[in-house]
Design a binder for this molecule. Structure first.
Ligand SMILES: NC(=O)c1ccc[n+]([C@@H]2O[C@H](COP(=O)([O-])OP(=O)(O)OC[C@H]3O[C@@H](n4cnc5c(N)ncnc54)[C@H](OP(=O)(O)O)[C@@H]3O)[C@@H](O)[C@H]2O)c1
Length: 323
């Protein structure tokens, strides 16, 4: 089969297209998915750069999200399935290939009325956003702040928070994606590059406190994220695209009794992931929101697709495996 092989964990430059990679073999409880679309995630790059705990056998195939058909007689002809999560693209070969082995407990049908392109990039980021929003117990009554709001987890967080009935404020660099994010359900979008964005957010919200933050970015901006949080606010730490937080003052958590907690979508087992996914699909079907596709690249252009992801997309960057 054709596959993008990672020969060394030395970054995305160590990827190469191989026309005759070994076909995967399914064991008991596993199926082979013929991949139609794959979706990219920053975690693919982190794994390639050895910034991730996983140390898969090399060569490795990256790619966690995929949609395709099951190559087995018992599967309904033409039925499309999506990968919920699991080891795919982490310890086992991933979806940047024509075929992938998936444990059947981690496969779900593409939801009715959803396109394959909408479904392919949804599981990882919506499950992550779901954990970030629900991990603190009762849902917040105040506002939700979403940093990196235009990305995969960001858009998913806007959709889910809105479906739960919470007002959302998003952060996105520059003004280019503001209108689109308002359309997706954000009540207000601020530019984190503006030194006063935290004041603008407080002014917009008035008496409504920020009770939850889905934090995808980290870096220098984090102290201002802490600044906008209301009393008893919770920060769900999802990612760190801007790197470590310099000079963090733990005292900034004290007086408003702020809490921070990590999010790790990998801790969802199969049953919990399926239950959460079913809830996510119901929530999105209620509001009519669908995962956003930023761009679709031909299979041979994976490096260009990663370059697009690094620029800051609006929704998910996909790979069309058949082109
Ligand atoms: N903990 C978990 O289980 C888990 C699961 C999934 C993802 N993650 C992590 O969560 C983070 C977000 O993932 P994602 O899939 O949403 O990423 P993404 O699709 O690449 O989007 C991230 C968004 O953040 C902004 N951004 C990117 N680089 C930035 C930088 N250096 N400084 C400031 N803003 C930047 C961009 O928005 P603008 O250009 O509009 O500002 C971009 O659209 C990543 O670190 C990822 O590894 C963690």
């Amino acid at each position: 089969m054709k596959a993008w092989l990672l020969d060394r964990q030395e970054g995305l430059g160590a990827l190469r297209m191989e026309a005759n990679a070994t076909d995967p073999v399914a064991k008991s409880g596993e199926v082979i998915l013929q991949v139609r679309y794959a979706a990219l995630n920053p975690a693919d790059r982190y794994l390639a750069e050895k910034q991730y705990p996983a140390r898969p056998a090399l060569p490795h195939v990256l790619g966690r999200d995929g949609v395709g058909i099951i190559a087995s007689e018992s599967s309904p002809p033409g039925a499309q399935f999506a990968i919920l999560r699991g080891d795919v693209g982490v310890e086992s070969w991933g979806t940047f290939a024509e075929k992938v082995v998936v444990s059947s407990e981690y496969l779900v049908p593409v939801p009715k009325g959803w396109s394959d392109q909408a479904a392919v990039g949804a599981p990882l980021v919506y499950l992550t956003a779901y954990q970030a929003i629900t991990q603190w117990g009762p849902l917040p009554k105040g506002a939700v702040l979403v940093t990196g709001a235009s990305g995969g987890v960001g858009v998913a967080s806007i959709h889910l928070a809105r479906a739960f009935g919470m007002p959302v404020v998003g952060l996105s660099r520059g003004g280019a994606k503001k209108a689109a994010l308002l359309e997706q359900g954000a009540a207000f979008v601020a530019d984190p590059q503006s030194p006063n964005w935290h004041r603008e957010v407080k002014e917009f919200l008035g008496d409504t406190p920020v009770e939850l933050c889905v934090e995808n970015i980290g870096g220098e901006n984090f102290s201002r994220v802490v600044d906008v949080m209301g009393y008893n606010g919770k920060i769900s730490v999802v990612g760190r695209l801007a790197g470590p937080v310099p000079n963090f003052n733990t005292a900034s958590l004290l007086f408003r009794r702020l809490r921070m907690g990590g999010v790790a979508v990998g801790t969802y087992g199969a049953a919990e992931a399926r239950k959460s996914w079913d809830h996510i699909v119901r929530l999105l079907n209620n509001t009519g929101a669908r995962p956003l596709v930023d761009s679709v690249f031909p299979f041979a252009q994976l490096p260009k697709a990663f370059a697009r992801l690094a620029e800051g997309p609006l929704g998910k960057v996909l790979l069309d495996i058949r082109t």
